[in-house]
Design a protein around this ligand. Structure first.
Ligand code: COA
Length: 204
């Protein structure tokens, strides 16, 4: 299950409430024009996307097995969490309107923190744009949702995503046991990034 950063920030009630409100009202098309909040009509597309092990294999916090019932429940849970200001499940759509990728942002308003997981369809992988795409999402999370801290994990052998995360300037802070929904553990590389450091690095 998604876990908040190791670093614990002091967060005033007003800041936490502002983050919840930002999550509730976030316009995901400001992230990119092809994005939408995941709804039940996207379930078949998500099942097709995530049934491909090249897409879902590296991701620890997906419901498994991946099927219509499990993904329906996952979309509904995420809609409820979005209303609480605690998560956003976002799909990207291709020219035909099919689901071509997804991002899930877990938010801990009381910690002013977020975590991101996501993937793109196999035909869009190895695009050479993964690093820039990830950096764009990280910046959007800091500036649109207003959190001051992000953490990320990746499988020890997922060198491709590790490279993109390092390139964005996230700081490696050892390893972490990421817990899958079935309770099994995936040993992971662990990173954090503070918003102030992000702004300095990207000269915002
Ligand atoms: C993660 C993901 C979005 C990245 O997008 P992408 O278009 O495939 O990424 P890129 O082609 O830009 O590759 C990113 C970098 O990794 C490098 N790379 C690719 N394969 C690599 C490998 N086996 N070893 C080391 N580096 C590798 C690329 O050269 C690139 O570096 P560069 O920007 O310096 O050229 C996409 O691969 C994906 O959806 N993967 C499956 C799900 C996943 O792993 N999600 C992350 C879970 S935390």
């Amino acid at each position: 299950m998604s876990a908040p950063p190791k670093t614990v920030l002091e967060v005033a009630h007003a800041e936490a409430e502002a983050i919840r409100e930002a999550v509730r009202k976030a316009d995901v098309t400001t992230l990119a024009g092809d994005r939408a909040r995941a709804e039940l009509r996207h379930v078949p597309g998500l099942v097709a996307l995530l049934s491909d092990v090249r897409v879902s294999g590296p991701i620890y916090d997906l419901p498994r097995p991946i099927n219509e019932a499990g993904i329906t429940r996952w979309v509904i849970e995420n809609q409820a969490q979005a209303l609480a200001g605690e998560a956003l499940l976002i799909v990207s759509l291709d020219e035909a309107g099919d689901v071509a990728g997804y991002s899930r942002i877990a938010v801990w308003p009381d910690r002013s923190a977020a975590e991101l997981a996501g993937a793109v369809r196999a035909d869009r992988q190895n695009s050479g744009r993964g690093g820039a795409g990830m950096a764009h999402v990280f910046g959007w999370i800091f500036e649109t949702l207003g959190v001051r801290m992000m953490c990320l994990t990746a499988a020890l052998d997922n060198l491709r995503v590790q490279k993109g995360i390092d390139a964005a300037g996230f700081v490696r802070m050892g390893e972490r046991d990421a817990v899958r929904p079935d309770g099994t553990i995936r040993r992971s590389v662990y990173w954090e990034m503070a918003r102030d450091d992000w702004r300095l690095r990207h000269r915002l």
